[in-house]
Write a protein that binds this ligand. Sequence first.
Ligand SMILES: Cc1ncc(COP(=O)(O)O)c(C=O)c1O
Length: 426
Amino acid sequence: MLQQFFGCANVVIKDEDIKRSNSIKKQCILFSKKCIFAARNNNNTVVPMNPIQMVDLRTQYLHIKEDIDAGIAEVLESTAFVKGGKVSDFQKHLEAFLDVKHVIPVGNGTDALQIALMALGLKPGDEVITPTFTFIATAEVVALLGLTPVVVDVDYETFCINPEAVEKAITPRTKAIVPVHLFGQNVNMEALLKIAKRHRLYVVEDACQSMGAVYTFSDGRKLHSGCMGEIGCTSFFPSKNLGCYGDGGALFTNDDNLAEQIRTIANHGMRIRYYHDVVGVNSRLDSIQAAVLDAKLPHLNDYIAARRRAADHYNKAFAACRQLVTPTTASYTTHSFHQYTVKTNGIDRDKVINRLAEKQIPAMIYYPVPLHLQKAYLDCRYQEGDFPVAEALSATVFSLPMHTELDVEQLNYISDNVLKAVAEQN
Ligand SMILES: Cc1ncc(COP(=O)(O)O)c(C=O)c1O
């Protein structure tokens, strides 16, 4: 019977195995190579624990299957696979959610960043300031457009770009700043926007990881992540806070002229069919992805709340462990916990990650090498030691499973094993 439960015919579960595992709450027994866990529930009966993944998209899908399937079926019936009504529906719904004038859906987050810089009319040689501790896409598009990426250090507490470092890096050639709202919380935008205003610089927010995070300005105004600078960019990569089932992205702006320019660039530089006013690209969100996103959008706030609950659970579990520094949320922002990333202190991070892997717990390092030390971006301007905070973070951080479907059994299992793996090093 339990074998059926686990869907794994060669699994033999003996009661002694269960008794042998330590406490009732912590009973997690590996029954097969396929990583099937069991634990006792409150009635003391054995129940399977879902295998732990960095992101569990399947369980999330099963909860909203009806809506997703209906949305996709509608697109199939309509055969409007590109620029269908689903894309404009989703666009309008996202504009309302974010309270922003224009959402322009595109093919992915990297395209969004590239199109944003093109729309601002930046020219080769113009300098664009980005954090050195981020995903590569942020600097990649700057380099691809012949602009000069200028990287700066980040803040140890928030992992995000340090506004003071930005101001120091500004030169007469600086034209834009691309802050990255890393791991799900907003950059200190009030400080950054003041600097941008003082030096007449554009701000293109990389909000690929921070969909749903809200910033509160000192005058009480609240704005969504990605809706504070001239342009915001996001990604709908499946694992993102609002993810589709393939690639997708969008730009946000409150500026009508920029919105028009962005739409034109994303559509081969074309306003009137087959008349090309500017050099553009082909970047579109397809209708099936829009249907998925439109079905998921009404759940976004709940998804973020689930991520926060998981983060709270980890925070409490690790509070007394001096070898782990848990993530903080800055006073000016909410945190959407795209990632739950801890800093290690005086322990071998790789040993912890390997130990977790033995327990079928995935953990990832975001990001092991800061941009200024990446082979493709190494140039005579930067060397090791230039950005000590980012370098220290790259050497010490790791991220734990973080998604909307983590349950208490899984969270206990993960945090208990993290603490054990850390304790083994004492
Ligand atoms: C910070 C950041 N910027 C840009 C991107 C690029 O998004 P996409 O993968 O949709 O191109 C990502 C996606 O991982 C990201 O995390």
